[in-house]
Every structure is written in structure tokens, then in C-alpha cells.
Write a protein that binds this ligand. Structure first.
Ligand code: AMP
Length: 520
């Protein structure tokens, strides 16, 4: 039996391949036949290069439908797709290429000079170019090849992709995902989220990350659903497309930016059946504001590069909970079918409902390990095969999972655990606070204490000392950050995650410069 992911996705294409599969914000239309034929030409070209088996194909290019076709071509040809964020610079690219040793590198024509130098020095055989206007040598070379191609026969564990983790501490690691990891996950989501062939997905996420590449694209392809393809997230464009769409997948920032548009209302969202959020925690305030403005309840889900999707709030009523279909703000829902999730304490014991500990997971979607890092891989799996996600969380009495933050963000103040998410939640509920982020900084007496960064709502002036005083009335004293700074913005990565490593540096700098807001 062939376990090739492309072959499985291809079975979901509609029988009429002339129907439109992708419509872009640049006015281009691609049929299902275009996806099939374009990826076939690319796969035939890749085949003609006679690359060694399981070659890595690294791609640093702007988002385009041709990148999608190239991904499909990698799957068809049995090689490994390795997408790289276009924002990566020289040192980062040198690390990824040196670590992955790709046989083929695809980059933009503008970056060809320096990237090809790095790649050829690292032993890469071919470097070709692709821009977001269908220009560059890649398509020109593929155009000489046949548009008919039979996918190679893949085994379930054959590698399909390597996704480098965003790596806020230490070196980024390449998560190795197999055809079976990816296929099992999209099959579960097809059912869990009730995908339909007449769904229309707004695709405004990047395609170098699991969310946009696997969750969104696989979902649309396996279900033969059309995509409205946005080359980048522009809230007004998303709003303009909303009346034609049935599904939107986004990071929380999508939702906060859409809420800032006066035109967002129930009428414009009337056709949409599902709003999905993930990749970073959605504020309860955003969740509730969305409900109020649009009448829709966002479905929040949780996953990561190493595992694809792990948990989801329910899409439809679940017999386990009577006829209710309750999506809860601040929760990431239930483990998906086939996923085992447990919360483990410091001593390795599995904890009861309501207790906070490390989240460990097991399932057909969980990756095989980190590329060329056997020791790191061994460290992050338990003896009984659970992957230690590095996230802290709890499962409540109803079975809903809540994330309280990354374990490395945990603050240990005077020997007591302080979970940043709890402090952030308390801060966010204070009048005038739009959002907050709390990080740990060294403290001579307590070992570590919290440092809060707070973003005010528009037009509100906040005072650090008053915020800390208000927190003292709500939380045990050891949890209250010793320092607080009101900021005009929080640093985020391209997936909307607050970059706590940058905040930690800022806190250290600001702590050594002034101690004015230190309340001790
Ligand atoms: P990445 O590998 O870039 O997808 O990042 C995965 C990490 O993002 C997870 O380990 C979580 O820390 C975080 N994450 C993803 N989805 C959520 C969510 N819905 N709520 C809170 N954190 C999330």
C-alpha cells in the first residue's frame, strides 16, 4: 500500500479538476488540475536531478501558490520539504543549510548571491530561484518536463518534512515529520472540524509553519475545498473576503486586528461556519469581544511543530457532554482522537485534574525526533514513549486542557512556582489593560521574580505602581511581579507569539538601569 501523503490528499480533489482550487489576492486563479499538473512538472524536474534518497529540499521564498506546488512536488518525489521563514538572515540560513545539508535549495532571485554561496560551500548540488510573481529559474526548468507524474511509493515512516522550531533559547531544532504523522492528523481534523467540500478557506497564514502549511493547506486539499489565498495578512482584505468564506484560520493577532476594523459585524461573518485560532494563546477578552461583535465563538486549538495538532475545542456537540458544544475561552479544548495527553509533576507522577504540570503527549501525529540530534530527541521522550512538549498546563474536571505557558518561562520565586499565565490573566483583567506579558528575572533574595510588561488600552494612561498595587489585592504576594513597565507594544514573532526571550533581555536591561518601579 502507498502511504504517500500527496496520493492521499489527491483523493480529496473534486472529480471535476477544472473547478477553481485557489484564488489569489493578485487576481490569479488555479484549478485543481493546475495544482496536479504544476506539481507533476516540478516533481519530474526533481526526479531528473537524480538526488539521493530522502534529500532535503530547502525553500526560502515569499508565499505563493508555486511554493505550495513545490511542497506537493517534494511529497510526490519522496524527498523532504524544508521551509524557511523568508525573514531569516545570513547567520540563520548558514546554520539551517549547514545542519540540514539540502541537496537542493530554492531561494528568491534577490537572495541568490549570498544563499548560493552558503549552499555550495555546504555541498548543496543545486540552487534555483523563485519569486512571488512566478519568476525565477525553478519554474523555467520545470516547464520543460511532463505534466504527468506518478507519486513514489512511500512507507508510513518516510520523512515528508523538516520544520525548524522557532528556538527562542539555544539552537533551533529540525522536527522530522513523516507522511503518516501528517496524514493521520489531517484525517482526524477532517472529521473533528466537519470539513465539507464546499468549504472556502481564507488562507492568510505563512506557509513555512505548521499552521499555514499543514493544518490549513492539508485541510483544504483533502476536502477539495477552495482557498482564498492572501499573500500576507491584511485585515481589510480578510474582511472583504469574509462574505465568500466559510472557514478562517488565524493566530490571535488576526482576530485582534480584525476587531479593530469598524466594518466587522455579524452580517459580514454570516456565511462563515468556523473561526479557528491557534499558535499562541488567545486572550479571553478577544474571545468574548469576537462573540459579541460577530455572534461566532472562536474554536481555539493547540499544537506544535513536533506534533501538528494535539487538542481542539469542540466543533460539534459531543456525546460525552450531553448535547452541548461548548468552546471555552482560555482553554484549548480536548485531546484529539488518537492523542494521549497527560499532565506530569516534577517527580514524574501523573497529576490529577486541576493540577498544573508538564504536558506530555503520544499519538500517530507525534514526530520521529529532531534531525541529527539523537541525544536531544532521547531527552525529550519518556521511557514509555511520551513526548515532553515543554508546555505547562492542566486538564480541568470536564477534560478541557489549559496551557499556562512554556516550562522555561516558569518563574521560581523563593522556591515557589509562579505561572506567568496566571499573573498575565490577573493583569489583563485590570481596568485599562489591553494585554500583558510576565517574565522572570534574577533576584538576589528570591532567586527569581516576575517582571511585567503591560500594554494599555487606547487612550488609557497606566501607572506601573498602581498596577502592582492592584495585583497585590488579587494575588498572593509571592506571585506579584516586583517590577512593571508600561509599553506601547509587545514584541511578537511572525506567528503572533510574544517573544519572551526579548522581553527578558529588556527586563534585565531596564532592571539594571532603574529600580524606580521596584516595589519589593
Ligand atoms: P510552534 O512549534 O511554532 O507551532 O509553537 C508551538 C507552541 O506554541 C506550543 O508548544 C505552545 O507553547 C504554543 N501554542 C500553540 N497553540 C497554542 C494555543 N492555542 N494556546 C497557547 N499556546 C499555544
Amino acid at each position: 500500500m502507498n502511504h504517500n501523503l500527496y496520493s492521499a490528499l489527491r483523493q480529496g480533489f473534486p472529480s471535476d479538476l477544472q473547478q477553481m482550487a485557489v484564488e489569489t489576492d493578485q487576481g490569479l486563479a488555479y484549478s485543481w488540475s493546475d495544482l496536479e499538473r504544476g506539481s507533476a512538472m516540478l516533481a519530474n524536474w526533481i526526479h531528473s536531478l537524480q538526488l539521493p534518497a530522502v534529500s532535503r529540499i530547502a525553500v526560502q521564498a515569499e508565499k505563493s501558490v508555486e511554493v505550495l506546488m513545490l511542497y506537493l512536488a517534494c511529497l510526490r518525489s519522496g524527498h523532504v520539504f524544508l521551509p524557511l521563514n523568508p525573514a531569516y538572515q545570513h547567520n540563520e540560513i548558514a546554520y539551517f543549510i549547514g545542519n540540514a545539508e539540502p541537496a537542493l535549495v530554492v531561494c528568491t532571485p534577490a537572495n541568490f548571491g549570498w544563499i548560493s554561496k552558503i549552499a555550495f560551500q555546504a555541498g548543496t548540488r543545486y540552487v534555483v530561484t523563485l519569486d512571488d510573481q512566478r519568476g525565477g529559474s525553478l519554474l523555467e526548468r520545470a516547464s520543460r518536463h511532463s505534466d504527468v507524474h506518478t507519486p513514489v511509493v512511500s512507507k508510513p515512516d518516510d520523512l515528508a518534512a523538516i520544520i525548524y522550531t522557532s528556538g527562542t533559547t539555544g539552537r533551533s531544532k529540525g522536527a522530522m515529520l513523516s507522511h503518516a504523522n501528517l496524514l493521520s492528523n489531517v484525517r482526524v481534523l477532517k472529521d473533528y472540524w466537519g470539513w465539507q467540500s464546499d468549504d472556502v478557506l481564507i488562507h492568510a497564514l505563512p506557509v513555512f509553519h505548521v499552521h499555514g502549511l499543514f493544518v490549513a493547506i492539508h485541510g483544504a486539499l483533502l476536502n477539495g475545498s477552495k482557498m482564498l489565498w492572501h499573500s500576507r495578512f491584511d485585515p481589510q482584505r480578510v474582511l472583504d473576503d469574509m462574505p465568500r468564506a466559510t472557514v478562517l484560520m488565524g493566530v490571535p493577532t488576526f482576530y485582534t486586528r480584525l476587531l479593530a476594523l469598524p466594518g466587522l459585524n455579524a452580517q459580514v461573518c454570516a456565511h462563515v461556519r468556523l473561526f479557528i485560532s491557534g499558535s499562541a494563546p488567545m486572550l479571553v477578552d478577544t474571545f468574548e469581544s469576537w462573540q459579541l461583535r460577530t455572534g461566532h465563538t472562536v474554536l481555539e486549538r493547540y499544537g506544535m511543530s513536533e506534533t501538528v495538532m494535539l487538542t481542539s475545542n469542540p466543533f460539534k456537540p459531543d456525546e460525552r457532554f450531553g448535547s452541548a458544544c461548548v468552546r471555552i475561552g482560555g482553554s484549548v479544548g480536548f485531546p484529539l482522537p488518537g492523542v494521549s495527553l497527560r499532565i506530569v509533576g516534577d517527580n514524574g507522577a501523573v497529576l490529577d485534574a486541576g493540577e498544573v504540570g508538564s504536558i506530555q503527549v503520544k499519538g500517530p501525529n507525534v514526530f520521529a525526533g529532531y534531525w541529527r540530534m539523537p541525544e536531544k530527541t532521547a531527552q525529550e521522550f519518556t521511557a514509555d514513549g511520551f513526548f515532553m512538549t515543554g508546555d505547562m498546563g492542566m486538564v480541568d474536571a470536564q477534560g478541557y486542557v489549559r496551557i499556562v505557558g512554556r516550562s522555561k518561562d516558569l518563574i521560581i520565586c523563593g522556591g515557589l512556582n509562579v505561572y506567568p499565565a496566571e499573573i498575565e490573566d490577573a493583569l489583563n483583567n485590570l481596568p485599562g489593560v489591553a494585554e500583558s506579558a510576565v517574565v522572570g528575572v534574577p533576584h538576589a533574595d528570591f532567586g527569581e521574580t516576575g517582571f511585567a510588561f503591560v500594554l494599555a488600552r487606547p487612550g488609557v494612561e497606566l501607572q506601573s505602581d498602581q498596577l502592582l498595587a492592584a495585583l497585590k489585592a488579587k494575588l498572593a504576594n509571592f506571585k506579584v511581579p516586583k517590577q512593571c513597565q508600561v509599553v506601547s507594544d509587545l514584541p511578537r514573532n511572525s506567528m503572533g507569539k510574544v517573544q519572551k526571550n526579548l522581553l527578558r533581555e529588556l527586563a534585565l536591561k531596564s532592571g539594571s538601569e532603574k529600580s524606580g518601579s521596584d516595589t519589593n
